[in-house]
Design a binder for this molecule. Structure first.
Ligand SMILES: C[S@@+](CC[C@H](N)C(=O)[O-])C[C@H]1O[C@@H](n2cnc3c(N)ncnc32)[C@H](O)[C@@H]1O
Length: 273
């Protein structure tokens, strides 16, 4: 087991053997996510917006990774700012940006736990279980507070999270070793029931046609928050949670839903408060 929490800091201790999450894999991320229906996800976000009758004039895509959601939104005419903690993911996003000069799209490298943006946006999205990567409740609280500072009073925050059920059931134990592919992976997850953290050892092998494949490994960690915890944190940090859904439906989450969606609006400050 690699999980340990340093006594002096809130950071998890680095074991030295694995690359940081979303570093070495960044230049292979889009190939790895080739089957992810980003277009359908953005259709779903637009459905949730229409149900709230919100038409955003600007969007911030939080934890944007290589910008797949950001590009999909920008192609639909929204001016988008993508933000991510990983310099390698942002570098990959910016490299793609260069090929689409007509889009209103920019990228920034920032940590949601200390996020500070000069502008406010009508919509903040944070998709693909990115908030599960924030491991401690006080840090998720800080992230929600910071996000509230960059959304307009009439705006919305829409995000998803992996459910406790998904992380408890070792969703991330998977591989593609059964098929011939240039990028092969083998992921092994372990869920720590005390810390409520899923730790995934990700092994990758890249074959570029040469004799020697390149191998690297990354360690990823996601926290399983309960629905009650998330709702309490939203309430504490200036958000009204308007809706919760089982992902990609308009149904309420069920006990076995793998992914939850949240639609939130900023609390209106009372005059004089
Ligand atoms: C599973 S990826 C999702 C990326 C992107 N949203 C997508 O749909 O492809 C999770 C992303 O969250 C980012 N991330 C994790 N912790 C973060 C933090 N504290 N602040 C900003 N980004 C973070 C990672 O760098 C990574 O790019």
């Amino acid at each position: 087991m690699f999980i340990s929490r340093s006594k002096t800091s809130k950071e998890l201790e680095w074991d030295g053997e694995f690359y940081q999450q979303f570093s070495a894999v960044a230049c292979h991320y889009d190939e790895l996510m080739g089957g992810v229906p980003y277009g359908m996800w953005v259709d779903y976000v637009e459905l949730l917006l229409s149900l709230e009758q919100v038409k955003p004039r600007s969007v911030v895509d939080l934890a944007c990774g290589t910008g797949n959601v950001s590009f999909e939104l920008a192609k639909r005419g929204y001016p988008v700012t993508g933000v991510d903690i990983s310099p390698a993911m942002i570098a990959a996003a910016r490299a793609k940006r260069g090929q689409s000069p007509d889009l209103e799209l920019e990228f920034e490298c920032q940590d949601l736990r200390t996020l500070c943006l000069p502008e406010k946006y009508d919509l903040a999205v944070c998709l693909f279980d990115s908030l599960n990567y924030i491991l401690w409740e006080e840090e998720l609280e800080a992230a929600f507070r910071n996000i509230a500072q960059c959304v307009t009073t009439e705006g919305l925050l829409i995000f998803d999270m992996n459910s406790e059920h998904a992380l408890e059931s070792e969703l991330f134990t998977q591989n593609n070793l059964f098929r011939e592919a240039d990028l092969r992976y083998n992921w092994v997850s372990h869920f720590d029931r005390n810390l409520r953290i899923s730790e995934v050892q990700m092994f990758f092998e890249v074959r570029n046609g040469g004799d020697q494949p390149v191998r690297f490994k990354e360690l990823h960690r996601e926290r399983a928050y309960s629905m009650e915890q998330v709702l309490a944190l939203l309430d504490k940090t200036g958000w009204n949670c308007l809706k919760t859904h089982e992902a990609y439906t308009t149904n309420r989450p069920r006990s076995r839903s793998e992914r939850w969606y949240f639609v939130c609006s900023p609390k209106k400050l009372l005059e004089g408060s």
